[in-house]
Design a protein around this ligand. Structure first.
Ligand code: ADP
Ligand code: MG
Length: 393
């Protein structure tokens, strides 16, 4: 059964009726540009053909109720109470519900209106086929779908960029995960067979033709099943190292450095901070090179940039894990054009750009290698660059 239908069914279970509409937003794969977003840098993600669906209906009493196939216990609060809950009392809300409720809260501030408490209440049923915690941004998908639905039924008429910002605010402040804006922008702005080249400082975007379909290429996702947790641990530590590096170099953000500045950086900071800085600076350059290479030479020419990105994350930023390294090395040895871990790291998924007729061979080879290494079986599947958030019914 389709995920949209699951959302509809869940809505009926919750309310006994049919929803006023259906909305959806995709997860994303970041083709290249990892940990550059919060350094004001460049990224090149694409929206994928896995989506989170929201079935929404209005209610009379000014309350917001959310339920998800992820956790079928509904959570319900007064719209008027959202402002008191977030961010200070967010612990009172079960974590998954902070995403959709946080979006409702954030829309009030992005919309720059005090009207939200007077908006109609809503029932929201959520179903998704975006794998959770795999680095494919199920979080941006739930935010994007919820934001699109609320924007419509509340008549806010916000831009897609504003909706992305509301999603980010929900994630940062209502959930408490210190992430950048990339995922939400990709989920809101995605286009078929195209990437979203995003300048995270200005939020300028360009749609960049990937040409994978025309070239007969596939993107293989190898979900290692190793779970990461954004709200704790290494992610925040990496952000802190980047801020330290920028401060030492006297720039607002690492985006303001170029590869030519790295010699000076090495002489000014400890080795660990330097390697964190070097990853971000070289990764930014790789994003620019990838966009230029796609335009000049087409997608088969970007393999080396994907490979180099992985090495930089493994050795300089130190956010890979043995499962991700094995996925990347095996895919490459089995004929991938290029491969890298994708997402925040410490688990999640790797991607490999491969010929269409190599999907079965490379999938099997990677799965076998995991078995040989004694790792849990990976979840291996293809994704296709797809359209961003939409109203579907
Ligand atoms: P990722 O975005 O890489 O999948 P995150 O840790 O950023 O991983 O976000 C995953 C969290 O988002 C889940 O643990 C859950 O709290 C929330 N979430 C994602 N999708 C759904 C969903 N369909 N229903 C409810 N909560 C969801
Ligand atoms: Mg996420």
């Amino acid at each position: 059964m389709s995920t949209a239908q699951n959302a509809r069914d869940l809505f009926r279970d919750l309310t006994g009726g049919a929803p006023a509409g259906l909305w959806s937003a995709p997860g994303r794969v970041n083709l290249i540009g990892e940990h550059t977003d919060y350094n004001d840098g460049f990224v090149l993600p694409f929206a994928i053909d896995h989506r989170t669906h929201v079935a929404l209906g209005l209610r009379e009493d000014g309350r917001i109720r959310v339920v998800s196939t992820f956790d079928p216990v509904p959570v319900e609060v007064d719209l008027a109470d959202l402002d008191a809950l977030f961010p200070t009392r967010r612990d009172e809300v079960v974590e998954w519900a902070r995403y959709p409720l946080g979006v409702g809260w954030a829309l009030s501030t992005v919309a720059n209106t005090a009207d939200v408490p007077r908006f109609p209440g809503v029932d929201i049923a959520i179903a998704s086929d975006v794998p959770v915690g795999a680095g494919l941004s199920s979080s941006a998908a739930i935010e994007g779908a919820t934001a699109s639905a609320l924007d419509d039924v509340w008549g806010l008429r916000l831009s897609r960029v504003d909706l992305a910002q509301a999603g980010r605010r929900a994630e940062n402040e209502a959930v408490g995960a210190p992430t950048g804006i990339m995922d939400q922008m990709a989920s809101m702005l995605g286009k078929s067979d195209a990437g979203i080249f995003l300048d995270c400082r200005t939020l300028d975007t360009e749609v960049v033709d990937l040409g994978f379909a025309a070239a007969g290429l596939e993107v293989l996702v190898i979900d290692t099943g190793v779970k990461h947790a954004h709200s704790t641990g290494g992610y925040g530590e990496r952000r802190a190292a980047c801020e330290r590096g920028a401060e030492i170099m006297g720039v607002a953000a690492l985006r303001d450095l170029s590869v030519a500045d790295l010699d000076r950086a090495r002489s000014l900071m400890d080795d660990v901070t330097f390697r964190r800085v070097r990853h971000v600076v070289t990764e930014n350059q790789r994003v620019l090179d990838t966009v230029a290479t796609l335009r000049r030479e087409g997608p088969r020419a970007i393999g080396g940039l994907l490979d180099a990105s992985h090495v930089s994350m493994r050795d300089d930023f130190e956010i890979s894990v043995p499962e991700l390294d094995l996925a990347v090395d095996t895919a490459r040895a089995a004929g991938a054009i290029g491969a890298r871990m994708t997402g925040g790291g410490f688990g999640g998924a790797a991607i490999a750009l491969i010929e269409r007729d190599a999907v079965a061979h490379i999938s099997h080879t990677v799965t076998d290698a995991f078995a040989d290494a004694g790792f849990a079986a990976p979840h291996v599947f293809t994704v296709h660059p797809s359209a961003g958030a939409s109203r579907d019914a």
